[in-house]
Ligand binder design. Structure first.
Ligand code: ATP
Ligand code: MG
Length: 383
């Protein structure tokens, strides 16, 4: 019978917390498999999936390998621990060409052959079937694994498929990610989910200056990252009033600086409403005028909870590479305007001084503007 073996990563290092980490991982695997029929079981430090619809094997593998905490997977044949059955299963996993070796692990000492002997005999059977193959014990191109377990059953498998590693979502606290329609913030979302954080998103839009397509683009991005975050709700906040006020009452070169401070205040309020302990942004040091140390200082100074910037030390190329890998890039580069691009100053300050920012900002009724924005929230839960 074909089965899927799932091995987990880092989480086994967590000592007493192991149970907490494992139960999150199992729940998450079950979440991504909710449309499938299967049987799930746990067997020393790995999980085994049986009795699934073979025609859906590839889709299931694709779903499981993207669950954070999964180290690797194998599609295995599970047979009775009888030499003939083991050998014929191994023949299925033998490569078509190149070099190989057989590795046997014998947990069941009642099995009458020692592991070295099993490997040698099965290797011989494989060579007999395909004499063009070569055995290479040190650097083989292919390996066939035989795992003789204590319950009288044996797993036989070939290549292992890499999982995404990381920590299971649900084990790293809660955060609110500031999700724009750009390339960076979906990548930042992925990075924090990878460390086990449970995330929700906030998006600022300036309807009617920004279009419904721009809003939809962000919801589309949220849907893509949900593959990794497992759950996703986007709080869509109207930013029009704030932008209009800043535009009217503050010098234009401070537009972006003051805007960022409002975004941060609102994101933090949303975090507190939902019991989240951090705000996440897609900022990367020096990438644009609003991401110099001085600009980040000015934005950060309104925050009272940690602000995580997982991309801070990344080059754009590196960020793009991840965006392509996680499938957000093509959507991110669609040409819809972001709220940051309206009323854009010709020469934004690149090194705002905090005292000066505070002075400029004092022309505004900050509290009232924040309250109004919070009252405008439309929460969209991504299905
Ligand atoms: P991104 O590609 O994520 O848009 P960016 O390089 O365009 O980033 P900025 O536009 O300066 O950089 O934005 C910096 C960060 O501020 C973003 O990564 C995002 O976390 C947040 N942000 C910017 N605009 C918005 C918005 N309209 N709604 C929510 N968050 C935003
Ligand atoms: Mg942007």
């Amino acid at each position: 019978m074909k089965v899927i073996i799932i091995r987990y990563s880092e989480i086994h290092l967590k000592g007493n917390n192991r149970e907490f980490f494992e139960s999150a991982l199992v729940a998450n695997i079950k979440t991504v498999l909710k449309e499938y029929r299967y049987e799930f079981s746990r067997s020393n430090a790995r999980y085994v999936i049986r009795n699934f619809d073979q025609t859906r094997l590839e889709d299931m593998i694709d779903a499981i390998k993207n669950v954070f905490g999964v180290h690797s997977l194998s599609i295995a044949e599970e047979v009775d621990s009888v030499y003939e059955q083991i050998s014929s299963a191994a023949l299925q996993f033998a490569p078509a060409s190149g070099t190989f070796k057989v590795v046997t692990n014998r947990a069941d000492k009642r099995f009458p052959m020692q592991s070295m002997k099993v490997s040698a005999e099965v290797g011989g059977d494989i060579l007999e079937q395909n004499p063009h193959l070569k055995v290479d014990l040190f650097a083989p191109e292919h390996t066939v694994y035989i795992d003789i377990r204590e319950n009288g059953k044996t797993f036989v498998y070939g290549e292992t498929i890499k999982g995404v590693n990381g920590m299971p979502v649900g084990t790293g606290g809660r955060g609110v990610v500031m999700l724009s329609g750009g390339i960076d913030s979906p990548v930042a979302t992925y990075m924090m989910a990878k460390r086990g954080m449970t995330l929700r998103a906030v998006h600022f839009h300036s309807f009617p200056y920004t279009s419904m397509q721009a809003r939809q683009k962000v919801l589309d991005l949220a849907k893509i990252v949900k593959k990794y975050t497992l759950h996703m709700t986007v709080d869509v906040v109207s930013f029009t009033e704030i932008q209009t006020e800043i535009h009217e009452k503050c010098p234009e070169e401070y537009m972006i600086t003051i805007m960022r401070r409002f975004m941060m205040r609102i994101a933090e309020r949303i975090a507190k409403i939902h019991g989240a302990g951090a705000v996440i942004t897609g900022e990367s040091l020096g990438q644009v005028a609003s991401q110099t140390l001085e600009s980040i200082t000015s934005t950060n100074s309104v925050a009272t909870i940690p602000v995580f910037r997982p991309l801070i030390g990344f080059d754009k190329d590196e960020i793009i590479e991840i965006a392509q890998k996680i499938g957000t890039f093509e959507t991110s580069i669609l040409p819809y305007e972001d709220c940051c691009t309206i009323f854009l100053p010709k020469r934004p300050v690149t090194k705002p001084r905090l005292e000066h920012v505070l002075k400029v900002e004092s022309a505004l009724d900050v509290d009232a503007l924040v309250e109004n924005a919070l009252n405008s929230i439309e929460s969209v839960t991504i299905e």
